[in-house]
Ligand binder design. Structure first.
Ligand code: PMP
Length: 367
């Protein structure tokens, strides 16, 4: 008999970042300009059948829309309820007792729990000041290698040559080569996708989401592109009926749309990212050079959790990060329309002032 609860789930907990309601939530990297109008139009035209009947087994309407937009065969596309779900299916597809997932850290915070949820071991290699040597990610042949590009939470994008070297080294294992997942959740803000590379590397899986630039986080739609053989294995692990009909059709409408809604919000986001980067630099907060729709910067007091709580007291939600190698503690803020960034900067200036006042008071007390 298998014990319940599972012994290996002792290390798994519910995913519970601080999401208490806050008047300005800049913590989750969604599109703060709103949602895709083409998707909203499809949702508004919902019929009883959309809800009463089962959706397509494998969301063909969404597969087809991805296939056209990225110029790949539909057999190379898998879908899921958000890219978390696509990653989960990919992890499960490679799982075997003792399987390992390796990644450079810090990276997307769901990777470690996803590994543990799938009874795999998670092996984090710290980034340090420089990029991790791809050889270290391949050493000892893990079953799965995860790379986030641009990386959450730093926003940095590993050069294409670095990914090419990693894929070359991984492929040297021949039929035992690890699966390499390249998470491009933020690629719409970084300007470069490596989706075309799936034609060259049979173990490469490029994961994407509708939750960020498309403004559809509430719909829960994600997808991935890989070779037909790899896609089939992930589809087996995914199972049927994962994406609701409305979610699949609304996301497909957004993918097919050429009205320029997404391009214009991305353009404004990039302009505001540059402005916010300068504002943070002026305040001495060492912002990372981000290619995504968020910026990670040094926690003003050096204590990210305390600073995030101080900002929250002023109505602004950001995400704290601790133990970033070679950097310390940081706060990650989503880039949005400039009036929202001004509200964020006002709250930030207030906590910087409080900190300065505290330092002065402490100085006087110790004098
Ligand atoms: N990958 C990365 C790097 C992310 O930051 C996120 C969301 N925070 C996801 C995947 C998951 O996105 P979703 O499940 O909403 O598609």
């Amino acid at each position: 008999m298998s014990p319940f609860p599972r012994a290996d789930y002792a290390r798994v907990s519910r995913y519970e970042p601080d999401r208490r309601p806050v008047s300005l939530d800049l913590s989750d990297n969604t599109n703060l300009w709103g949602t895709h109008p083409a998707a909203l139009e499809r949702i508004r035209a919902a019929t009883a059948d959309d809800l009463a009947r089962y959706p397509e087994l494998y969301a063909d309407v969404l597969r087809d829309a991805v296939s056209v937009r990225f110029d790949v065969d539909p057999d190379c596309v898998t879908t899921g309820a958000g890219s978390d779900d696509v990653l989960d299916s990919a992890f499960r597809a490679v799982f075997a007792p003792g399987a390992t997932v390796r990644y450079a850290s810090p990276t997307f915070s769901m990777i470690e729990p996803l590994a543990h949820m799938n009874a795999m071991s998670a092996e984090a290699v710290p980034w340090g000041e420089a990029l991790v040597d791809p050889a270290r990610l391949c050493e000892g042949r893990p079953d799965l290698i995860y790379v986030c590009r641009p990386n959450n939470p730093t926003g940095e994008s590993a050069p294409a040559e670095w990914v090419e070297r990693l894929l070359g080294l991984a492929d040297e294992a021949g039929p035992d080569a690890p699966l390499v997942i390249l998470d491009e959740a933020y690629a719409d803000f970084g300007g470069e996708t490596l989706i075309p590379w799936v034609a060259r590397y049979s173990r490469l899986v490029v994961a994407r989401t509708a939750s960020k630039a498309f403004g559809l986080a509430g719909l829960r739609c994600g997808f991935a592109v890989a070779s037909p053989e790899t896609t089939l294995e992930i589809e087996k692990s995914r199972g049927p009926y994962k994406v609701s009909r409305l979610a699949a059709e609304a996301t497909a409408a957004a993918l097919r749309d050429d009205s320029g809604w997404m391009a214009s919000t991305v353009e404004e986001c990039l302009a505001n990212r540059a402005r916010l980067h300068s504002a943070l630099t002026e305040r001495g907060l060492r912002p990372f050079d981000s290619r995504a729709n968020f910026i990670l910067f040094a926690a003003p007091s050096g204590q990210a959790r305390a600073d995030a709580l101080s900002l929250r007291d002023r109505g602004v939600g950001v995400r704290p990060f601790i133990g970033i190698p070679g950097f310390g503690e940081g706060l990650r803020v989503t880039v949005g329309p400039w009036p929202l960034m001004e509200r964020f900067l006002e709250a930030l200036d207030a906590i910087l002032l409080d900190g300065a006042a505290r330092d002065r008071a402490n100085g006087e007390m110790t004098r």
